[in-house]
Ligand binder design. Structure first.
Ligand code: PHE
Length: 380
């Protein structure tokens, strides 16, 4: 068996041998290296700078570097010999040698730049065909992208976009939506209340649990016909899982006018699904309960197994993923804002754009959206 240790030792010995010769050569040709002094360093530096001025091309610059700053270069030699000096000289000469080294390095960088510029000038012009350096830019957050896409689909159908406050009054978040204090339906929205008590001892403010409060705010502010969508952030006191976050976006929709029927609701939401998911993805309506609509439904999008990949867009063993609640605006809500429910009808819906993004792009966990992991964000 080969004795690697011995081999390595032999090799090391061979290597040691080589520098010894070089060192001797260096000592012979540059006696000043033997005991550097302030004066000899200054002389060496001047000589080096003069030679550098005479350098006329990159090869020359490299040779110069090797001869002064390289591993066996003269300045390096000076630095290496410092420990052998008398202690009282060591500090001063050492500092000077270091300064000299820095000065020479700077001079070299400058010279290389000058040579490059000169070369460019000699070539006659700037090469404007050279591709520019790309500017590193950020991009829109995937939620922002999907919110904009959804809004775009509704804008194309004649809706306008409004926004509302994230810190909302109980009055709008619940009461105007036919959910009075003490109503069990309040439990559908586990709320984050603002720690503020008014004179009557009530806690009137919360982080809005949905964008529906804007239904009442919009209708209070204008007469029918109304056709708006409301994108915005919502908050719930909720445990998180793959399809639930405690903060998320919603996009509310509201259309109120004379003669609006459930067929308009279905037609509008079908068209929305077609625009965002393409014509082939299936949607499903089921009856559901929300105090501010009657009748109420929820709408789901098929989470079908893609035959090409054998996977579902959302990796859960469910054929349908609920993306929104909807329904015909409850007459009490219309009354509350001073609209005549005999004359006007309307539909409302509220959807979760992150879930829509998940279905559209096959994102398996809603919590990715707010983890700020660039490996996720860069994909959009
Ligand atoms: N605001 C409801 C929710 O957050 C959704 C909804 C909006 C339902 C509009 C019906 C009409 O669950």
């Amino acid at each position: 068996m080969t004795n690697f240790r011995a081999l390595t030792r032999r090799r090391a010995a061979a290597y040691n041998f080589v520098p010894t010769i070089v060192l001797q050569n260096a000592i012979v040709s540059q006696p000043s290296v033997e005991s550097p002094s302030a004066a000899s360093i200054a002389t060496l530096t001047n000589q080096a700078l003069k030679e550098l001025d005479a350098v006329s091309d990159p090869d020359g610059a490299e040779q110069w570097r090797v001869s002064y700053l390289g591993r066996r270069g003269q300045i390096t030699g000076v630095l290496r010999s410092i420990p052998q000096l008398d202690p009282d000289q060591r500090r001063e000469v050492g500092a000077q040698a270091n300064q000299a080294k820095n000065a020479l390095e700077e001079a070299l960088a400058r010279r290389i730049r000058e040579l490059a510029e000169a070369e460019l000038a000699a070539a006659g012009a700037l090469d404007v065909t050279l591709p520019g350096r790309p500017v590193i830019t950020g991009r829109l957050h995937p939620t922002t992208q999907i919110v904009r896409e959804i809004c775009g689909a509704f804008i194309a159908m004649g809706f306008s976009v409004v926004e509302g406050p994230e810190v909302e009054l109980d009055h709008y978040n619940f009461e105007m939506l036919n959910i009075p204090a003490g109503h069990p339906a309040r439990d559908m929205w586990n709320s984050l209340w603002v720690d503020y008590v008014n004179e009557e001892g009530q806690q009137p403010m919360l982080l809005r649990t949905h964008t529906s409060p804007m239904q009442a705010r919009v209708m209070e502010a204008q007469d029918p016909p109304v056709r708006v969508i409301v994108p915005g952030k919502c908050y719930r006191y909720e445990a998180t899982d793959a399809t639930h976050e405690w903060h998320f976006y919603q996009i509310e929709g509201l259309a109120v006018a004379e003669g609006i029927t459930f067929a308009n609701l279905k037609g509008t939401l079908y068209e929305f699904a077609r625009r965002v998911f393409g014509p082939d993805r299936q949607i499903r309506f089921r009856c559901d309960y929300f105090p501010f609509v009657e009748p109420g439904v929820d709408m789901s999008i098929s989470n079908f197994v893609d035959p090409a990949t054998g996977k579902r867009p959302i990796n859960r063993d469910e054929d349908w993923i609920e993306i929104m609640g909807a329904g015909m605006v409850h007459p009490r809500v219309l009354e509350g804002v001073g609209y005549d429910p005999q004359r006007y009808t309307g539909f409302a819906f509220g959807m979760g754009p992150e879930r829509i993004g998940m279905l559209k792009y096959g994102i398996d966990d809603i919590r990715h959206f707010y983890r700020n992991d660039v490996r996720f964000l860069r994909q959009f």
